[in-house]
Design a binder for this molecule. Structure first.
Ligand SMILES: Nc1ncnc2c1ncn2[C@@H]1O[C@H](COP(=O)(O)OP(=O)(O)OP(=O)(O)O)[C@@H](O)[C@H]1O
Length: 217
């Protein structure tokens, strides 16, 4: 099994609480791994620690990626109805800034591809503020894809979505893994989604972690 990141003997605490003690696990490359654990187990804090380790290397984390190669997509953010950008402009904010204030030809081509892959082409000129929850979440995903990530971390991104949108998003992620050579970490409490789409499950409990390979679907 190829791995994209390895954590070894990590002790992680926040004020007045030890979250993990001697935590070790690997994340398989080019697979969808769900991270599960009770509320407050430390899932988000662990992801923040992993992201920080790119800037401040930790002897407990082995990860050969640049900050741009890991994209973190948080839970649905509050974007009010009057948010001024259309979906296409919002997605394009994910490209690394260049000295010129407009998109290069290559970026314009990549943007078309990403909008098509995330099923946003038809609504690309609509204001993001008026989009549905599922459309907004696909726009956040599309924005993250502009950075050409190797690892995508999605933190409870389906929590506020209806059944149909949840399944559409997970189906889309499964398609993107081979197409874009991606590895996906998906933090979730949703057992139905985990059983249907996860290749692996990293269960965080009692300050430890256990990686389980899920049955082939
Ligand atoms: N900076 C901090 N100071 C104090 N306590 C913190 C801090 N950051 C996180 N915590 C606490 O650490 C615990 C783990 O938080 P975290 O958000 O990582 O859990 P989680 O597993 O992602 O939970 P959920 O499933 O509810 O999102 C919580 O009890 C939280 O209150």
């Amino acid at each position: 099994m190829d791995s994209i990141l390895t954590v070894k003997n990590l002790h992680l605490e926040v004020p007045n609480k030890v979250l993990f003690d001697d935590l070790s696990f690997t994340i398989p490359a080019h697979q969808l791994t769900c991270i599960t654990g009770e509320n407050g187990a430390g899932k988000t804090t662990l992801m923040k620690y992993l992201l920080n380790s790119l800037k401040r290397p930790s002897s407990h984390v082995q990860i050969n990626l640049t900050p741009q190669e890991i994209q973190y997509v948080p839970q649905l953010r509050n974007i009010d109805d009057d948010y001024p950008l259309d979906i296409k402009s919002f997605v394009s904010l994910g490209f690394k800034q260049t000295l010129i204030p407009w998109l290069t030809k290559t970026h314009r081509q990549q943007l078309q591809e990403i909008l098509a892959e995330t099923n946003l082409t038809k609504i690309k000129q609509q204001p993001l503020g008026k989009a549905s929850g599922g459309e907004k979440q696909r726009a956040y995903l599309a924005q993250a894809l502009c950075a050409a990530p190797k690892l995508l971390i999605l933190d409870e991104v389906t929590a506020n979505l209806d059944q149909k949108s949840k399944h559409e998003l997970l189906q889309l992620l499964k398609e993107l893994i081979p197409k874009r050579n991606l590895t996906v970490i998906f933090i979730s409490h949703d057992h139905e989604l985990i059983e249907k789409y996860a290749d692996y499950e990293l269960q965080l409990a009692n300050k430890h972690g256990k990686l389980i390979q899920k049955e082939a679907k």
